[in-house]
Design a protein around this ligand. Sequence first.
Ligand code: GLU
Ligand code: ASP
Length: 498
Amino acid sequence: MSDKYSREDIVNSVPQKGFFGHPKGLFTLFFTEFWERFSYYGMRAILVYYMYYELSQGGLGLDRTVALSIMSIYGSLVYMSGIIGGWLADRVFGTSKAVFYGGILIMLGHIALAIPGSLSLFFVSMVLIVLGTGLLKPNVSSVVGEIYAENDDRRDAGFSIFYMGINLGAFIAPLIVGTVGMDINFHLGFSIAAVGMFLGLVLFLVTKKKNLGLAGTIVHNPLTPAEKSRTIKIFSVAAVVIAAVVVLGLQYGFLTFDSFIAAVGILGILIPTAYFIVMYRSKKTNEVERSRLVAYIPLFIAAVMFWSIQEQGSTILAAYADTRTDLEFAGITISPAWFQSLNPLFIITLAPVFAWLWVKLGTRQPSIPQKFSLGLLFAGLSFLVILLPAYFGGTDALVNPLWLVLSYLIVVLGELCLSPVGLSATTKLAPSAFSAQTMSLWFLSNAAAQAINAQLVKFYTVENEMMYFGIIGGASIALSIILFLAAPAIQRYMKGVR
Ligand code: GLU
Ligand code: ASP
């Protein structure tokens, strides 16, 4: 199937105008991802509270540290499963079907959470959402790349518009799902997340034929019959092994919550390492590409550090908003879930400013490694800022919410230096033979970060909060400085990519 249509045929099948001067397909992708992120971030905005709130408050009554670890592990697995989703799309059923199946699983996952019930339903939902997001997220993003011709200069702008869709969904969700979930009932909140994903699916189904044409329907690198039978064998063996480990682990007590978290932590680091080794040693990778890959490693490590802090915005800082912050502010009672809207709100308002700034600076703008270094600097500062309230007022007094607002603002300054650049740097620095996997490769930096966070959050207590924020923030700033000093060398290894 792969040779039947060329890249050009795919582009020609997509109406090239119709959405703010962009291909019509962008409309479909924008709103599908908008609703998917709406459901994901809406769910996350209340999930952490659902887990640690007492049964009498409608929660599951888990220990708070355990809840924070689960949030991180969950986030890690969601991005890790992108490897499977990307692979299935590339080799088995194409991106469009992957998005559709993914959306269904995600919706079912939210429905499972919407049913008042037990911890087991919660874990069922986690599995569904992890697999569903792995199928949907990397694939919907890669179709964005498919709807533009190779040399179309609207492509970068297209990705920026798409990025706005992500953050618009992430912004509105905590206000709606968060408010309903916290003020009325958690399960009602989760049902709204399910409805959101349902709307996304309907929109995708109804508009895809007209707007996306052939995009997403082609299996780029289909399995040969021999590979197919080998794959089925591998998958069956893996399924049996996993089932055996689970059964034996539960029986003999080695599969505990802690050992599971530790295993995901190890995988979070092992998988990207294996990826790098395979790409580096592949016969399809040439010398220039090898050098670029070497340059990509420090950037990837920086991204892990960055996402570690950014993602703690929905774990540690969410708990901080709930327990350490004075929620009576300017005559209104703030819902702790609303703080989750700040990051995307700042992204939406400041992204155009950054875009303007980079254009204005032209060739004087920071290089890619320097932008990563700036990302880490701001991430570190956002944590140093949030240790100040305890420094000035101790850990007993409730904190003015504006401190949190400031911390979220600062991390976004870093996010805008690192995140949009990160994705395009991955595309440019990964060897071309692996181009189908670049989206999942980039998401692995987030997966690794959250795998590490699942361990890190255990060290947080209100009493040692200054040390916690200080050490992590300090580490990020130290890494930022090292990266800044190494930037010229990294740039040389990038062999002309900028
Ligand atoms: N906030 C971004 C999103 O949900 C983060 C993903 C990433 O790791 O790049 O799309
Ligand atoms: N800024 C995040 C992302 O780009 C969204 C969030 O953390 O709420 O999608």
